[in-house]
Structures are given as structure tokens and as C-alpha cells.
Design a protein around this ligand. Structure first.
Ligand SMILES: CC(C)(COP(=O)(O)OP(=O)(O)OC[C@H]1O[C@@H](n2cnc3c(N)ncnc32)[C@H](O)[C@@H]1OP(=O)(O)O)[C@@H](O)C(=O)NCCC(=O)NCCS
Length: 485
């Protein structure tokens, strides 16, 4: 359930206003000082004095220039946290729904990890669906049926997550939705829709899939909730809480009492908050569509040059992942994940086959095979999720990919950093060859080791991670390994 990640890219070349003003002010001051000094000198100083003072003056000016530049760079790289309303935290009492749910309160101090409420015995679990207003009815979607899949696609493509300015909206393809919603062990009953009874139109949806995760030292088989969506015409009518309660009830019926979910909005209480980063591959299109803006004091051709990439990858042994790689990738990935606090656990090869193996226009995966030993040393994957450009005359779609799971074998930080930079640069090149316009990632896993050097810019979208009916300490995004779609 991610939100608002298509935000305007902040470019490292300067934000303008405040910095420009500071720089002008400082230059004025320097000029004044220099004039005063020059007047003093001309009134009685020697030539040597004059040269010495001029050199000092120059040195000082250079220092000031560098300081101002450093500030400018820092401001451009780390813009102040977005003031977007979605990131504001409401009082617990104003969460009419969430204050009734087993989730930690915002101000709660957490001493011990564990469930907030005990598992509900089967005979006490409600057996009938929650009541909907009489105009609506529940439906369990059959995604193997082309027309039902298409109904879900249409609902989401017109009503799912948009950026704050309503300029872009996710456009998950039908194949992507099948990939996301039908992993090994999936349950059809967790694909929950709401139809208008009179005309059977699909107007709301929420889904769950089974997942195994480790949070700190606790291994859990739980449900991952995603694709919560209510048709635009039915918003703010408290339908979302009914959908959440219904998917919770259906999870309870399967003996599952914990869930993981993400949202752009702040709810009680995130276990972590990650930030979106964007790496431009097609600066012209991103600027034409207002996805990014041209920073002041630069030109489009300079920007194109800045983001230019080689046309060939450089990691020796890099190749597309194939089915025989599955068992080795499972070991590699689970081992790599052991250093983070909140990670998926891939228990079977079938899961890796489903989640990681390339499916064209859905997910692409690449492995590095050591040319001598033939062992796999690394892999990376990215998924394809375009966004509709709302109301644009020329461009209908932005082709975006998102970094998914990866692993490297290196163990010391310097070696990991070097390796990741090489691999991710190759990932950018491969994405560019697939006509992708922007490569996105969150600042989780070890992504901070390559984000700046590979010219990713921070967006103003954030993603909050949550667990339902589980209390534990929060963590930095660099301890999170779960990537949700
Ligand atoms: C998210 C969405 C389903 C919420 O529906 P809505 O009509 O706006 O809100 P409702 O009146 O039905 O319900 C409001 C309650 O849902 C909660 N809610 C809103 N968005 C939520 C989310 N993403 N996850 C969980 N709860 C959410 C609200 O906090 C509120 O509960 P509270 O009073 O306890 O705070 C709807 O806005 C939507 O479809 N948006 C576009 C898609 C989207 O953003 N999906 C979520 C992706 S994370």
C-alpha cells in the first residue's frame, strides 16, 4: 500500500531561493569589507601589504564560496522533510477506527516484543462477513478469470495511489497483479472486492497474501495486506475500515493474527519510515511531464549529460537469472537478509521461483556467476510499475522500475559499497535499455551506500511500515529488508 512516491525529484544542482539570497548577501558583505580595506590601504599601506591583503581577501572569499556551496549542496540533497499532510500524525483519539484496533499507540513506550492481543479461538471468530450498506455486496475475485482480473485492473488504474498533486497514478498491469496476488499458497478468499449490487460494478478492493517474515528474533507466518482501494466517488464514507475488518476476519479464520502493511499516510504506529529516491534515466520526459523539474542554473542538455549512462554493463559474469539459479539465489538472499531486522524469509524454492525469476514486463532479475567457480556471488532484481500521467497531452505513461530484492556475498562495508555501486549502475543501464524513464528505490536495505553516488535524488514521498497486532521497537529504514509492491 505505498503512496505518493512519484514525487518531484530534487536535483543535486541546487534549490535556488534561500541559497541564492545567502550567497548574494555574503558577496555584498565581502565587497564592502574589501572596499573599506582597499581605502585603508590606499591611505597608507605598502605594495607588499596590498598584495598580502588581496591574497587573504581572495582566500577568504574562496572559503566563503565553498561554505555556501556546501550548504547549497546539503540543502539540495536533503530537502527539509515534506510538509505534505499525509505525513502528519493525528491524535489517537481522532483515529476513530485505528484507536479500536490492536496496534501500538503513537506515544507508547515499547519494552517487550509480542502480540497486542491473544489469538482468537476459532469458535469466537465471526463466521459471516461484516455488514455492508445495502447498496453493496461482497465478492471474492477470481483473478484467473480474465474479465475479473480486468475489473480489478480498471478499478486500480483509475482509483489507486496518486501523488499529492494528482499528476501521476500507479498503473499496475494485469500480469503484475497476478504476480503480486497469486504467490505459492495464496488464498482466493483474501482477494476481497465490493460491488454495487444493482449493476455489479467493482468499487472497492483489499487483498492479503501469505508471507513469512522475521522481525528482530521473531519468525512469523502472517498476511501481507496490499491494494486497499475505494472508488473515488465513495471516499470518506468509512468503507476502508469495513474492508480492513473483513480481511482481518478472513485472516483470523485461517489462524493468522498478525499482518504487515505499508502506507504513505501516518497511522498508529509505524515500525519504520522509508523515503523514496528517484534516478532519472530519461530527464527530458521526466521534465516534460513535471515528474522532475529543471533546477535553476542548468540546462536540459547539461542534465541529459549528467544522467547519461554507458550502453553496456561492466560486472564480469552478469547475466539474466534462469530457473536453475533458484536454489542458490534462495540461500544467497536468506543469508544476505540476516543482517537486517525486518525481512522476508524465503522458505521454499517455489517462492523464489515465483518472486524473483524474471517475468517479462513484471520483474527482471540478474545474477553474477563467478567465471571460474561458476558459483553465484550476487543478484539483483527490479519490478516494472508504470504510472499514468494524468491529463497530459503527449505523454500517457511514465515507465518506472523499482529496485526489489538483491544480495551480495561481500562482508565488509567498503567492499559491499563498491560491489553494490557496480551492480546498481549495471541495473540502471539494463533498465535504460528497456526504455525505462526512471529507476526508483526506497532508502532501505543497504541502498544508502549507492544512492548519492549513482545520482538518485530524494523524492517527497515516504513509506511507513506497519504491523497489525504486534508490538516492537521501531527501527531505521536501513534495518528494513521487506520490499512491498
Ligand atoms: C486509502 C483509501 C481506501 C481510504 O478510503 P477513504 O474513503 O479515503 O477513507 P474511509 O472514510 O473509508 O476510512 C477512513 C479510515 O481509514 C484509514 N485509512 C486511510 N488510508 C489508509 C491506509 N492506506 N491504510 C490503512 N488505513 C487507512 C483512515 O486513517 C481512517 O481511519 P481513522 O479514522 O482511524 O484514522 C482511499 O483513500 C483510496 O482508495 N485511496 C487511493 C488508494 C490508496 O491510497 N490506497 C492505500 C494504499 S496504502
Amino acid at each position: 500500500m505505498d503512496e505518493q512516491e512519484h514525487d518531484h525529484v530534487f536535483d543535486g544542482e541546487g534549490e535556488g531561493s534561500t541559497i541564492d539570497k545567502m550567497r548574494a548577501k555574503q558577496e555584498k558583505k565581502n565587497m564592502k569589507k574589501a572596499k573599506k580595506k582597499a581605502a585603508k590601504i590606499s591611505a597608507g599601506g605598502s605594495k607588499a601589504d596590498l598584495e598580502d591583503t588581496a591574497a587573504k581577501q581572495k582566500e577568504l572569499q574562496e572559503k566563503v564560496r565553498m561554505l555556501v556551496n556546501q550548504l547549497a549542496i546539503r540543502e539540495a540533497i536533503q530537502p527539509p522533510p515534506s510538509a505534505s499532510s499525509s505525513q502528519k500524525q493525528k491524535d489517537m483519539s481522532s483515529h476513530k477506527f485505528w484507536s479500536t484496533q490492536p496496534v501500538p499507540k503513537h506515544d507508547e513506550t515499547i519494552e517487550e516484543d509480542g502480540p497486542i492481543e491473544p489469538d482468537t479461538p476459532y469458535d469466537q471468530i465471526r463466521k459471516e462477513p461484516y455488514v455492508l450498506p445495502k447498496e453493496f455486496e461482497w465478492v471474492t475475485l477470481e483473478l484467473n478469470n480474465e474479465s475479473e482480473l480486468n475489473e480489478l485492473y480498471t478499478l486500480l488504474t483509475n482509483n489507486y495511489v496518486e501523488d499529492d498533486d494528482a499528476m501521476f497514478r500507479f498503473d499496475y498491469s494485469g500480469d503484475f497483479l497476478k504476480w503480486a496476488l497469486q504467490p505459492p499458497g495464496y488464498l482466493k478468499t483474501w482477494h476481497v472486492g465490493v460491488r454495487v449490487s444493482a449493476n455489479k460494478r467493482l468499487v472497492a478492493f483489499v487483498s492479503g497474501i501469505p508471507a513469512d517474515i522475521r522481525i528482530y528474533n521473531s519468525h512469523q507466518h502472517l498476511v501481507e495486506i496490499n491494494f486497499l482501494c475505494v472508488h473515488k466517488k465513495l471516499r470518506s464514507k468509512r468503507l476502508a475500515p469495513v474492508l480492513i475488518k473483513e480481511i482481518t476476519r478472513r485472516s483470523h479464520l485461517q489462524g493468522i493474527f498478525q499482518a504487515v502493511y505499508t502506507a504513505g499516510v501516518v497511522l498508529p504506529k509505524p515500525i519504520s519510515k522509508a523515503r523514496y529516491y528517484h534516478r532519472s534515466l530519461n530527464p527530458k520526459k521526466l521534465i516534460d511531464t513535471n515528474f522532475s523539474r529543471l533546477p535553476p542554473n542548468t540546462t536540459l542538455s547539461r542534465l541529459i549529460k549528467k544522467f547519461k549512462l554507458p550502453t553496456e554493463t561492466s560486472t564480469p559474469g552478469l547475466r539474466s537469472m534462469v530457473e536453475k539459479d533458484v536454489p542458490e539465489i534462495r540461500t544467497l538472499l536468506n543469508e544476505y537478509m540476516s543482517k537486517f531486522n525486518f525481512v522476508p524469509v524465503f522458505k521454499t524454492d517455489d517462492e523464489i521461483k515465483h518472486w524473483i525469476l524474471t517475468k517479462d514486463k513484471v520483474i527482471w532479475s540478474f545474477v553474477v556467476e563467478d567465471p571460474e567457480t561458476k558459483k553465484l556471488t550476487d543478484f539483483f532484481s527490479f519490478y516494472y510499475l508504470p504510472s499514468s500521467v494524468i491529463g497530459h497531452q503527449v505523454h500517457k505513461t511514465i515507465n518506472a522500475v523499482y529496485l526489489f530484492y538483491y544480495a551480495v556475498k561481500e562482508s565488509d562495508e567498503k567492499a559491499i559499497k563498491g560491489r553494490l555501486q557496480g551492480l546498481m549502475k549495471d541495473a540502471l543501464i539494463l533498465a535504460k535499455l528497456k526504455n525505462v524513464d526512471v529507476f526508483n528505490c526506497l532508502d532501505l536495505l543497504e541502498n544508502k551506500l549507492f544512492i548519492d553516488d549513482l545520482k538518485f535524488g530524494p523524492g517527497d514521498g515516504f513509506l511507513n511500515y506497519y504491523m497489525y497486532n504486534w508490538r516492537c521497537k521501531g527501527m531505521g529504514s536501513d534495518k528494513v529488508g521487506v520490499v512491498m509492491l
